[in-house]
Design a protein around this ligand. Structure first.
Ligand code: FAQ
Length: 313
C-alpha cells in the first residue's frame, strides 16, 4: 500500500514537471532504467573518443589539430559528468566500467565504424554530434535532475563540435575534386549508422513506453530521427552533397523528408558486438585502462591520506 501511494505521488510530481533528485523516493524500475541509459551514454562518450583520436596525429593543420584535441577532450569530460550522474543513483563507477571492459555493457552503435580518411572527422562532427544534439536537447528536459543538468552543458559543447565538423565538410565540399569525392564517400558511409543512433523503431523499442511515461524521454526514437533528417538534408544540399538514399523525398504536406528503410539487421549485429570495430574498440579501452592503473592508485592513495572518497575509476 505504502509503495502504491508513493508511486502515485512520484508520478504526480513527474506530471507536474518537477525534477526527481537523488535522495527522493523513486521506483526501482525508474532507478534501473536511468542507470542503464546513463551508463550506456557515459560509455559511448568514452569509446567515442577512439575513432576521432585516431586522427589527432594526422590532422592537416595545427588549427585542425588543436580543435580536434579539444573536442576529444570534451568527450572525456562528458563521460565523467555522466558517470557522476549515474553514481547519484547508488551505483559504483568502477562496477560500470568493469561491465564495459568485460563486453557486458552496451554503448552507441556508431563508434564501431572505422575512420578511414580526414573527411570522416568532419562528417562525425556534423552527423554524429548533430544526431547527439537532437537526442540530448530532448534529454535536457528529462525528469531526473542530475541527468538533465549534465545534458545542458554537454549540448553546449556538442554545438561547437557540430560546427567544427560542418566547417570541415563545407571546406572539403568546395575543395579539389578529390576532396569533394572524399567527403561524399564519408557521408555515404556514416549516414545510415547515424540514423541508427536513435534506436529501433518505436514499435520495436521495449524501453520507450516506461521512459516516456516517466518523462526520462519526452520524444520517441522515430520522432527524433525524423527531426534529425529534416534538419540535416538541407545542410547536405547547401554544400552540394547528396544523401545516399534513393528513397529520400520531401513531403510538402507534412514538411518531412521521408527516407528509406534502415538495415536493422546491421544495427542489431553491431550493438551485439559484431560490428566492424567492436573488438578493436574494446582492446583499446582495456589497454588504456590497464595503462592508467598507476593514476588510479596514486589518486586513491592521495584520497586515503586526506580522508577523501576517491572518485577515480
Ligand atoms: N546503440 O528500447 P530502446 C554521442 C539498445 S553520445 C547501441 O529503444 P532506449 C556524443 C538499447 O540500449 C551517443 N544500443 O532503448 C559523441 C536497448 O538495449 P538494452 C550516445 C542501442 O534506451 C559524439 C535496445 O537497443 N547517446 O554520440 C542504440 O529507449 C562524437 C532497445 O532500444 C546516448 O546514449 C544505439 N544507437 O533508447 C561522443 C543518449 N539504440 O539496454 C563522441 C542516451 C538502442 O535494453 C564523439 N540514450 N540501443 O539492452 C538514449 O537516448 C536512449 O537510450 C536511446 C535508445 C535513444 C539510445
Amino acid at each position: 500500500m505504502e509503495d502504491k501511494k508513493r508511486l502515485e505521488e512520484f508520478e504526480a510530481r513527474i506530471q507536474r514537471g518537477e525534477k526527481i533528485e537523488p535522495k527522493d523516493w523513486m521506483p526501482e524500475r525508474y532507478r534501473k532504467q536511468l542507470i542503464r541509459m546513463i551508463s550506456q551514454h557515459a560509455h559511448s562518450e568514452v569509446v567515442g573518443m577512439l575513432p576521432e583520436g585516431n586522427w589527432i596525429t594526422r590532422a592537416p593543420s595545427l588549427r585542425r589539430k588543436l580543435v580536434l584535441l579539444a573536442k576529444v577532450q570534451d568527450e572525456a569530460g562528458h563521460g565523467l559528468y555522466l558517470y557522476s550522474a549515474a553514481e547519484t543513483l547508488g551505483v559504483d563507477r568502477q562496477e560500470l566500467i568493469e561491465q564495459l571492459l568485460e563486453g557486458k555493457a552496451k554503448y552507441s552503435n556508431i563508434f564501431n565504424y572505422p575512420t578511414l580518411t580526414w573527411a570522416d572527422i568532419g562528417v562525425i562532427g556534423w552527423l554524429v554530434d548533430g544526431a547527439a544534439i537532437v537526442n540530448q536537447t530532448m534529454l535536457a528536459k528529462s525528469s531526473y535532475g542530475p541527468y538533465s543538468r549534465a545534458m545542458i552543458r554537454i549540448c553546449k559543447e556538442e554545438n561547437f563540435h557540430k560546427r567544427q565538423g560542418y566547417e570541415i565538410v563545407a571546406t572539403m565540399a568546395k575543395g579539389t575534386p578529390e576532396q569533394k569525392k572524399m567527403v561524399q564517400d564519408a557521408v555515404n558511409r556514416w549516414w545510415w549508422p547515424s540514423l541508427m543512433m536513435f534506436g529501433p523503431h518505436d514499435t520495436d523499442s521495449p524501453n520507450s513506453g516506461e521512459l516516456l511515461r516517466w518523462k526520462v524521454k519526452t520524444k520517441t526514437n522515430d520522432e527524433l530521427r525524423q527531426r534529425f533528417v529534416n534538419l540535416t538534408v538541407p545542410q547536405a544540399h547547401a554544400v552540394g552533397l547528396t544523401i545516399p538514399d534513393p528513397d529520400l523525398k520531401y513531403n510538402p504536406e507534412t514538411g518531412n523528408w521521408e527516407f528509406g528503410e534502415i538495415d536493422w539487421d546491421e544495427f542489431w549485429r553491431v550493438i551485439k558486438g559484431d560490428g566492424p570495430c567492436n573488438r578493436e574498440r574494446m582492446r583499446a579501452r582495456r589497454k588504456a585502462h590497464e595503462e592508467g592503473a598507476w593514476v588510479r592508485e596514486a589518486a586513491a592513495a592521495y584520497a586515503a591520506k586526506h580522508g577523501m572518497k576517491s572518485r577515480v575509476a
